[in-house]
Write a protein that binds this ligand. Structure first.
Ligand code: DQA
Length: 147
C-alpha cells in the first residue's frame, strides 16, 4: 500500500459549474470519489488537496516526504503556466509526479502551451476530461510499485 497525493490548483474547486464545455460537468468531489475507488482496487491510499493559493500548494508539496507520499498527481491549473515556486518545491521534494490537465492545453490559447512542470514530470496527461485523473493514477502505479 502506498500513499498518492492528488493536488489541484486554483479554480478547480469550481469544477461542475466552471466552463463546463471545457472542463466537463463533474465536480472535484465526483472526480475524487471515482479516483478513491480506483485507488482502492489497486490497494493504495489517496490524499486530496486543493488550493487557490500558490504558497499553500508549495507547502503541501514540501510536506510530501513527511506524509510518506510515494507519488503526486498534480493539476497545477493556471499555475502550470506561471509558477516557478511550485516547480522548485517539486524539485526540492524529489517526489515523482505526473502532470495532468482536464483540457488539452496544447489545443488552447498559446499561453497555455508552456508548462513549468512538463520537463520535470514523469509524464503529462492532458485532454481527457475527468478521465485524465484516472489515467494519471494508472500511470503512477508502476512508479510506486518499483522495489
Ligand atoms: C487546466 C488547464 C489550465 O490552463 C487552466 O488554467 C486550468 C485547468 C486543465 O485541467 O485543463 O485551470 O489545468
Amino acid at each position: 500500500m502506498a500513499i498518492i497525493s492528488v493536488i489541484n490548483g486554483p479554480n478547480l474547486n469550481m469544477l461542475g459549474t466552471r466552463e463546463p464545455s471545457i472542463y466537463g460537468a463533474q465536480t472535484l468531489q465526483d472526480i475524487e470519489n471515482n479516483l478513491t475507488q480506483l485507488a482502492q482496487k489497486h490497494g493504495h491510499e489517496l490524499i486530496f488537496y486543493q488550493s487557490n493559493a500558490e504558497h499553500d500548494l508549495v507547502n503541501k508539496v514540501q510536506q510530501s516526504k513527511q506524509d510518506n507520499v510515494a507519488a503526486i498527481l498534480l493539476n497545477p491549473a493556471a499555475f502550470t503556466h506561471t509558477s516557478v515556486a511550485l516547480r522548485d518545491a517539486l524539485l526540492a521534494s524529489a517526489t515523482p509526479f505526473i502532470e495532468l490537465h482536464l483540457s488539452n492545453v496544447h489545443a488552447r490559447e498559446s499561453f497555455r502551451q508552456h508548462s513549468y512542470f512538463s520537463d520535470i514530470a514523469e509524464g503529462v496527461i492532458s485532454g481527457f476530461g475527468p478521465k485524465s485523473y484516472e489515467l494519471a493514477l494508472l500511470a503512477a502505479l508502476p512508479l510506486i510499485e518499483q522495489p
